[in-house]
Design a protein around this ligand. Structure first.
Ligand code: ADP
Ligand code: MG
Length: 243
């Protein structure tokens, strides 16, 4: 079986600063991989290289068997299959919630307007916001906005979802509603890579936990292995601070 995501010896430098120092990772279909690690360790850079928002310095990345580093690859096509959710939601303030969700699939010719609206309403229902279709983003709480951002990513019917600290900018009381949507998505079989500091989510939902430090994957395993019996001293130190 072809891995959904296959990363081989990935390096990324900004000038003299080598941020990724040889990352190898394969993610299987339906797998949920949670990435943890200290700030500045390269987690966001890694996620951004997966859809070429950042150009890798060397190494290879394949998504669904398609080599992103090959010159003739149609990056836009590959990107359509990768949903991304960031800390900041970046919804268009002048558009309604439903318009935010249907914009990309309509603009990119993936769905007709009617199809996109039908799917958009289904997705809003799925994230618990069926009654917010005609609301503007400014009328929503942070947790609601992030759930709209997830629905917007899902509207492209991606085969993999990447999350970069999706709850870090939220007030504490709104974290749970966003994590619940993510947990439901995982249970539905979505392939997911999630960078988060929510260790409870990692323990409950991750098939695999990957610990990043200093541009390397220092430790990886099941949540039980990584949380209860970490081998790497940096992982031990990090987990002592966050658990
Ligand atoms: P994390 O997400 O784990 O906190 P990042 O991937 O954001 O880590 O950052 C890793 C390192 O890369 C940091 O030293 C950061 O300053 C550097 N970095 C990230 N993006 C850029 C950029 N666009 N230009 C220069 N340096 C960057
Ligand atoms: Mg980051």
């Amino acid at each position: 079986m072809v891995a959904k995501v296959s990363v081989t010896d990935l390096h990324k430098s900004y000038g003299d600063n080598e941020v990724l120092k040889g990352i190898n990772l394969a993610v299987e279909a339906n797998e949920v991989v949670v990435m943890i690690g200290p700030s500045g360790s390269g987690k966001s850079t890694f996620l951004r290289t997966l859809n070429k928002l950042e150009e890798p310095t060397t190494g290879s990345i394949a998504i669904d068997g398609i080599d992103l580093t090959a010159k003739d690859t149609n990056l836009n096509k590959v990107r359509e299959n990768i949903g991304m959710v960031f800390q900041h939601f970046n919804l268009f303030p002048h558009l309604t919630v439903l318009e935010n969700i249907t914009l990309a699939p309509i603009e990119l010719g993936k769905l007709s307007k009617a199809e996109a609206q039908e799917l958009g309403l289904k997705l809003l229902d799925r994230v618990g916001l069926a009654d917010k279709a005609t609301a503007k983003p400014t009328q929503l709480s942070g947790g609601q906005k992030q759930r709209v951002a997830i629905a917007r990513a899902l509207a492209m019917q991606p085969s993999i979802m990447l999350f970069d600290e999706p709850t870090s900018a939220l007030d504490p009381e709104m974290v749970g509603e966003v994590l619940k949507v993510m947990r439901d998505l995982a249970e539905d079989g979505m392939t997911m890579i999630v960078v988060t500091h929510e260790m409870g989510f990692a323990k409950q939902v991750a098939d695999r936990v990957v610990f990043f430090a200093d541009g390397y994957i220092r430790e990886e395993g099941t949540p039980e292995q990584v949380f209860n019996n970490p081998q790497d001293p940096r992982a031990q130190d990090f987990l002592n601070k966050v658990l």
